[in-house]
Design a protein around this ligand. Structure first.
Ligand code: ADP
Ligand code: ZN
Length: 822
């Protein structure tokens, strides 16, 4: 009798930047367990173990002697076939390796390797009865030593295949993967109160009023206070923070507790970052006529197109339209991905969506720790209907039945990953992901990217519009303050024009709020010696150092280098140093001098590093604890405050002098978006733009809210200078510690490229910042026609890059490819 003995091989993706997949052999004993998408343990390099993902199972004998895989970690695949296809596409399109895509995709909690550090899970219940002997001894070892690497564990258990056991214990929440970056803040829970579904019906509520009036007057008072705070009678209903309600009730919680006990009101615990299991659902708001029309248009366009662009002015109620579409998908038991710029992922929005979808809402972004990421990963993997609200990395989740992708603020530059590879654009990638799943994509923005608008106008995408703000709110009036004139006449009060001072004073007097936008953080962007003109620069980068008053330091905003503020000029030794320019920190200080009675908050990278600090700033502004919010572009994104009467843009010229072909597009987007924060309810808002160029074309477009004018002017420029949407752009950056080598290397590569692509190749040239972290940089720009077969070009470029990397003269250089740079 002969038994067929087949030899199986697997091609795996290793979490390393390897150009090819690696092939291993499957031990016969594992033949009927091996599956695509599973994690396997393999040895790679000298004695290093990694968990790799099986991309293909086959019986083609490789040319080299394949090593055996050590073991299989999972019973079921953790990565789906569609994900693998997505990784392939991304690696090919963005010219990187599948290993790099894998690292970006899979939470480290799922990427065990010999160096992975394991600790006891902070939420383990400590019950040992259920542990087997090996697990027991492992727990004991961890109690003694706190942290163990997988190598340590192999030694303790005296065997090589510990991964499956570790995985089981991680799943059982006994162990977890240790993170180097520890959370600086403990999670903060907040209690929110909502009206129960039963009493959301007007009639029931009236009956309840009558009953309480007779028997429980205190409870009636508490209920009224709740309804008032929830905005029930002003049209915009939202959950009420328990703390706010209690303070409204003068610290008395008895009546509130009775209402909770009777389930008139319902309390839920919301963890600010990790909002789950809230189960709150209330009834839906009715769409306005405009919203209904836009929704209909989107739905009918989806019948013919995969992608639709919703162009809706700020505060037109786009979120409400999204909500309907999400609801439809969940009813059809499908999954939805709702992508947002990281910074727009605030509780404001999350609470709004939870009101509609309760438990089905999952959140995924970089402020999450690994444990939390793995949890969301597993939830999505179960193919349950859900809506994931997330930043760009959430598109890498193991989608089962994806029905819809929404990309809000689709124009936002933060959808582009700059570093490390994959340097992907989340908007374009999500459109591809959606197509892979046979799903639809909705792009939304008040200021669409030129590319998306072009696609919509040329029939590639569907198109819907919302011209009006919701609830009859009108767009703010935009006024220009000529600071050249004001400076000449010596009328400026620090960096505020007389007009801005007057308006801020007025607005504060009315008890309303102000948002001020300044696109630079820190105190002053540079200090200059008054006698010799020397400006201190970063020792590693080619940029001037920014002065931070709070820490009394000079800091590099590129590499983070910091040094104490010098008393004398480093060059000539005199002490006559002058601060030049201004950042958010300086404005904050000046505000406290010019408006001593105002409470000011600052929102920029420096004040929002903690996990909850951003939320705190938003909460304080929302509840009126602060009157003026000063910030960088963070204040432009998605915030919805009802009481903001005035927005000030302190230095518009700075926004427009961006060294990039998207300068005008970006400047328009920033100014229009920040203006959109003003007057979002009944009262008309006001925007003051301070500038040296009151007649600048971009400013005129912002004033007239004329997106079309900026779009057409941009389009003409893009056509003339060969940029998207007409041309595709790729940037190759050569980096190295020796300037001449960088020169020679980049010149060599450019010459090679030119032989194949001719005038499509530009440069090499120094970028505006030509040295970063002690490395010199030189860019080669490649532009080719949109209709061209880009795969063909990429193949040629890819080959030349491999030649370059293996060229003996250029071993010391690094090379970075950026496809569709932003
Ligand atoms: P956008 O996302 O277009 O800037 P939002 O969705 O934030 O606008 O809507 C602006 C404001 O109007 C929000 O406070 C929102 O709650 C309110 N709103 C929008 N549509 C409705 C509706 N149909 N019913 C009640 N309130 C609405
Ligand atoms: Zn630096």
């Amino acid at each position: 009798m002969t038994v067929e003995r087949r030899d199986y091989f697997v091609d795996v993706v290793l979490p390393l930047a390897l150009p090819n997949l690696y092939t291993y052999r499957v031990p016969q004993a594992l033949n009927d367990q091996i599956l695509t998408g599973q994690r396997v343990i393999v040895q790679f390099g000298k004695n290093k173990l990694y968990s790799a993902i099986v991309a293909r199972v086959h019986s083609d004998v490789p040319k080299y002697t394949a090593k055996f895989i050590e073991n299989i970690i999972d019973d079921k695949p953790v990565v789906t076939e569609k994900q693998l296809a997505f990784w392939d596409w991304m690696a090919q399109y963005y010219m990187c390796t599948r290993g790099e895509v894998m690292i970006a995709s899979v939470p480290t909690g799922l990427r065990l390797s010999s160096e992975t550090k394991i600790v006891l899970s902070s939420s383990w219940d400590g019950l040992r009865d259920t542990l087997d002997d090996e697990s027991y001894s492992l727990v004991e070892a961890l109690e003694l030593r706190n942290v163990l690497t997988l190598e340590d564990i192999e030694a303790i258990l005296d065997r090589k295949t510990v991964y499956p056991l570790i995985r089981k214990l991680i799943d059982a929440d006994v162990l977890m993967v240790y993170e180097e970056i520890k959370e600086r803040f403990r999670p903060k829970y907040e209690s929110y109160i909502v009206l129960s579904e039963r009493y959301s019906v007007e009639e029931e509520l009236k009956k309840l009023f009558d009953r309480l009036e007779k028997k429980a007057f205190r409870q009636l008072e508490a209920l009224m206070a709740f309804l008032h705070l929830s905005g029930k009678y002003s049209g915009v209903e939202s959950p009420v923070k328990r703390a706010d309600l209690i303070s409204e009730l003068k610290g008395e919680s008895g009546a509130l507790n009775s209402l909770l006990k009777k389930e008139v009101l319902i309390q839920t615990e919301v963890e600010v970052s990790r909002i789950k299991k809230t189960g709150v659902k209330t009834h839906e708001a009715t769409l306005s006529e405009h919203q209904s029309k836009a929704l209909d248009k989107i739905q009918s366009d989806f019948k013919e197109k995969n992608v639709v662009l919703l162009h809706g002015v700020t505060s037109s109620g786009k979120t409400e339209v999204y909500t309907r579409l999400i609801g439809e998908q969940l009813n059809a038991r499908k999954q939805v991905l709702f992508l947002l710029p990281e910074i727009a992922l605030t509780t404001q929005l999350i609470v709004r969506l939870q009101k509609h979808f309760g438990d089905a809402v999952l959140i995924y972004h970089s402020r999450f720790n690994e444990q939390e990421r793995v949890e969301v990963w597993n939830e999505v993997r179960k193919e349950k209907p859900c809506v994931v609200i997330g930043a760009r990395s959430s598109m890498f989740l193991p989608w089962g039945d994806l029905g819809l992708v929404i990309i809000d603020e689709e124009h936002d530059p933060s959808f582009k990953q700059q570093d490390p590879a994959p340097r992907y654009n989340a908007r374009e990638s999500a459109i591809w992901l959606s197509r892979l799943h046979g799903a639809k994509t909705l792009l939304g923005s008040a200021t669409p990217s030129v590319e998306s608008y072009y696609n919509a106008k040329h029939g590639l995408y569907g198109f819907a519009e919302l011209h009006e703000r919701y609830g009859g709110a009108v767009l703010p009036e935009i006024i220009v303050a000529d600071i050249k004139e004001a400076t000449r006449k010596k009328l400026m009060k620090s960096h505020f024009s007389p007009l801005l001072v007057e308006r801020v004073t007025e607005v504060l007097k009315n008890g309303e709020q102000v948002i001020l936008f300044q696109n630079r953080r820190g105190f002053a962007p540079s200090i200059e010696c008054q006698s010799c003109g020397h400006i201190p620069h970063c020792i590693r980068c080619d940029v001037s150092l920014t002065y931070h008053k709070h820490s009394n330091q000079l800091k590099c905003h590129i590499c983070g280098y910091a040094t104490s503020q010098p008393q004398q000029c480093e060059a000539c030794g005199t002490t006559d140093l002058k601060l030049k320019g201004f950042g958010t920190e300086k404005i904050e200080e000046e505000l406290s001098i010019v408006f001593p009675e105002a409470r000011v908050a600052r929102m920029d990278l420096d004040t929002t590093r903690g996990k909850y600090s951003l939320q705190r700033i938003i909460d304080d502004f929302e509840t009126g604890k602060t009157n003026i919010l000063i910030g960088t572009q963070m204040v432009t994104k998605g915030l919805d405050f009802g009481n903001v009467a005035l927005v000030g843009i302190l230095h518009a010229d700075q926004v427009m002098n961006y060294p990039d072909f998207r300068a005008h597009e970006r400047a328009y987007q920033l100014m229009a978006q920040v203006s959109g924060r003003a007057g979002r309810r009944e009262k008309k808002g006001e925007v003051i733009i301070q500038t040296f160029n009151p007649h600048h074309f971009v400013i005129e477009c912002v004033i007239k809210n004329d997106y079309n004018a900026i779009y057409h002017s941009e389009l003409a420029d893009r056509m003339e200078f060969h940029y998207p949407p007409f041309y595709r752009v790729m940037r190759v950056t050569i980096k190295g510690k020796e300037a001449t080598l960088v020169d020679n290397g980049s010149h060599h590569l450019a010459t090679q490229l030119r032989q194949h692509m001719g005038a499509r190749v530009l440069g090499p040239e120094y970028p505006s910042v030509s040295r970063v972290r002690d490395e010199y940089l030189k860019n080669i720009l490649i532009k080719f026609e949109r209709e061209a077969n880009s795969a063909k070009w990429k193949e040629i470029i890819g080959k030349l890059i491999v030649d370059f990397k293996t060229h003996p003269d250029f071993k010391k250089l690094r090379l970075v490819v950026d496809v569709d740079p932003a």
